[in-house]
Design a protein around this ligand. Structure first.
Ligand code: PEP
Ligand code: MG
Length: 547
């Protein structure tokens, strides 16, 4: 048995035989031609053929991974028309009197090297796109067939790397999982794998490719990134047990997936998922969440040794938005402080950190840090349906300061010609009693509220949420907490904004009816709870007398 580890980009276990993906790539040789004009005509025909192929791929992607993700193939089509790219090919053919394949291959290398050298990680990842369209052109020129998956039973597909178009062209029925030696979690391939819900492990390293061969049995964990080649009996048994547990979960999912979150008497509610990292998106999609109700953006800061740059953040937010393919994504701004500490922030020690300079308080004290995140969020907004929400609000004046900073950011972005959506929803977390009590004054300033019950409970009941000894005092269903939520819901609706709950209490199915009766419009829960809450909602009848 051999053990490899890569980056798990999409969950679930797959066990099966390996198929090593063979790319039928034409060998490009440099040939002198007598008639460069004829080469230019061949080139034009190849571009038309490649564009037609991309249209077919776009339509397939549209159906399988949604419009936002499918757009990459529209971009590929635009790249085919790119003047610099075409000019480079043309001039190589004309000045060197060489074949079109060679001119495309040299141009591809140049452009890919140029993208790889860029600082922006998003632009770096575009090197793969240039290679992808160039390979397609060379294939069209050489009249070779597309890359093949030459097998009948479903297999675990292994490759050095997969281009986005190759990923989306895969016949999902024939792919148990895929493993690539290279690849970054930034790539569209990883996003597509997650969106298509194919178990995938990427970046396993070249040694893996040397070790695999067609037909070898492998067990792949698309969550942990572990791969067992030729697994021994114990490993196989434990992976089969894990797979069985997954299958059972999925059986439940099948019956509820695609169904509405609607009560017996017709009340509808949004059911979203909370995520703490990009890796959780797969789980949100698999569990059929209608969107992301809380994306705790702290992970970007906690995972780094230094402040993440605007570019790094923008790329991360873009990936979340793209992966959710047009579904709403609410990203909460930085909530560092209290229990979440990051060394490089050099926070001053505090007697009571939970009551100290955490979350929005820290951001308002460090406007440069805050504005970097806001700029990244606004810039990423063009890639989907973004909501931004602010944690730990306690007063109208601090909300006004936040909104003024948002306006500043918009002015700066416009001046720099950086686009952003004009449909971003701006909301706040209601997680302090103060915010709940003045929710009628806060509501006119925002588009939505999201109740953070974890903190609302700790601050209302004066119970440190980290202290297990206080559990006896910390009744999550305390009348004081429920009244604050009910009052906040009333304030929201009287100002025509929506209200959700994203704290852990949202997943407590013994309270679902109470929340619905309060008029809560959205519940956002851990991905694994989405279907359980949906089941509860679908069995409720709000017309029957209140219990
Ligand atoms: C909350 O307080 O309920 C919440 C969702 O935020 P966090 O748990 O991240 O503090
Ligand atoms: Mg909180």
């Amino acid at each position: 048995m051999l053990h490899f580890t890569g980056k798990g980009v999409c969950g679930n276990i797959a066990i099966g035989k390996i198929f090593v993906f063979k790319r039928q790539q034409a060998q490009v040789r440099r040939l002198s031609v007598a008639d460069p004009a004829a080469e230019l005509s061949r080139m034009e025909r190849a571009i038309a053929a490649a564009a037609a192929q991309l249209s077919v791929i776009y339509e397939k992607a549209l159906k399988e991974v949604g419009e936002t993700n499918a757009q990459i193939f529209e971009i590929h089509k635009m790249m085919l028309d790119d003047e610099d790219y075409n000019e480079s090919i043309r001039s190589i053919i004309e000045t060197q009197s060489v074949n079109a394949e060679y001119a495309v291959s040299v141009t591809a290398e140049r452009f890919a090297a140029m993208f790889s050298a860029m600082e922006d990680v998003y632009m770096q990842a575009r090197a793969a796109d240039v290679k992808d369209i160039s390979n397609r052109l060379i294939t069209c020129l050489s009249e070779h067939t597309e890359s093949g998956s030459d097998y009948n039973e479903p297999r675990i597909l292994c490759a050095d790397d997969l281009a986005p178009s190759e990923t989306v062209s895969l016949d999902k029925e024939k792919v148990l999982a895929f493993i690539t030696a290279q690849g970054t979690t930034n790539s569209h391939t990883a996003i597509l794998a997650r969106t298509m819900n194919i178990p995938a492990v990427i970046g396993v390293g070249d040694a893996f490719l040397t070790a695999v061969s067609d037909g070898v049995v492998a067990a792949v964990d698309g969550d942990s990134g572990e791969i067992f080649l030729d697994p021994d009996a114990d490993t196989l048994t434990s992976m089969e047990a894990k797979q069985q547990a997954d299958l059972e979960k999925r059986a439940l999912l099948k019956t509820l997936k695609g169904k509405e979150n609607i009560t017996l008497d017709g009340t509808r509610i949004e059911l979203f998922a909370n995520i703490g990292s990009i890796q959780d998106i797969g789980a949100a999609l698999v569990n059929d969440a209608g969107g992301i109700g809380l994306f705790r953006s702290e992970f970007l800061y906690l995972e780094n040794d230094d402040y993440p740059t605007e570019e790094q953040q923008c790329t991360a937010y873009q990936r979340v938005l793209e992966s959710m393919a047009g579904k709403k994504v609410i990203i909460r701004t930085l909530d560092i402080g209290a229990d979440k500490k990051v060394d490089y922030f050099r926070l001053e020690p505090e007697e009571n950190p939970a009551l100290g300079c955490r979350a929005i308080r820290l951001c308002l004290r460090r406007p440069a840090l805050f504005k970097t995140q806001l700029r990244a969020l606004f810039r990423a907004s063009v890639y989907g349906k973004l909501g931004i929400m602010f944690p730990m609000i306690t007063s109208v004046s601090e909300l006004q300061r936040i909104l003024a900073l948002c306006e500043e950011v918009k002015v700066e972005l416009r001046a720099a010609d950086l686009p952003f959506s004009n449909q971003i929803e701006i909301g706040i977390m209601i997680e302090t009693p103060a915010a709940a009590v003045i929710s009628d004054q806060l509501a006119p300033l925002v588009d939505f509220f999201s109740v953070g019950t974890n903190d609302l409970i700790q601050y209302t009941l004066a119970c440190d949420r980290q202290n297990p000894k206080l559990e006896v005092f910390c009744d999550p269903k305390h009348e004081a907490v429920l009244r604050l939520i009910a009052y906040t819901a009333k304030s929201a609706h009287s100002h025509n904004i929506w209200i959700g709950i994203c704290g852990e209490l949202a997943a407590d199915t013994s309270l679902t009816e109470t929340f619905l009766r309060m008029g809560i419009d959205e519940l956002s829960v851990s991905p694994a709870y989405v279907l359980k809450v949906r089941e509860t909602i679908r069995n409720l009848n709000l017309q029957s007398p209140d219990q």
